[in-house]
Write a protein that binds this ligand. Sequence first.
Ligand code: FE2
Ligand code: FE2
Length: 150
Amino acid sequence: MTDKQFDEAAKEILSSPEMKKSKKFVQHGKVSVYSHSLAVAKYSVRFAGKMGIKVDYRSLVRGALLHDFFLYDWHDDWDKLHGFKHPRIALENAKKRFKLNKKEREIIRKHMWPMTFINIPLCREAWLVCIIDKYCSMLETLKISKYNDL
Ligand SMILES: [Fe+2]
Ligand SMILES: [Fe+2]
């Protein structure tokens, strides 16, 4: 997928007011939910390309960008169940705002597996985001993420 194709697939979501607002919500360390979601989308695309995994790139980008579309700062009201609950909340919000296909819904709903143990990812795109999300979260928590080049 070229950068131009990525931008084309991401445009509707990245330009939404809700997504812009997520620049103010902290995900891990100093990284916002917006930067985290963008990083997960870009790294997922790169990984699929490098490994030669056949995916629906448009759905991969859109699902990855929306996987944490829960729209609150989870540090404000500390909720130890945030990890379990937010995929469902993100999906509800995303469904209200965008027209999503099956793969995009699957990516959002299943990205916290194995924490949400019965929600096993059922397509390649959802598996990719599930894994890359954990990789990016680790980089952010250890404060070694370099997202400036994205
Ligand atoms: Fe998440
Ligand atoms: Fe995430």
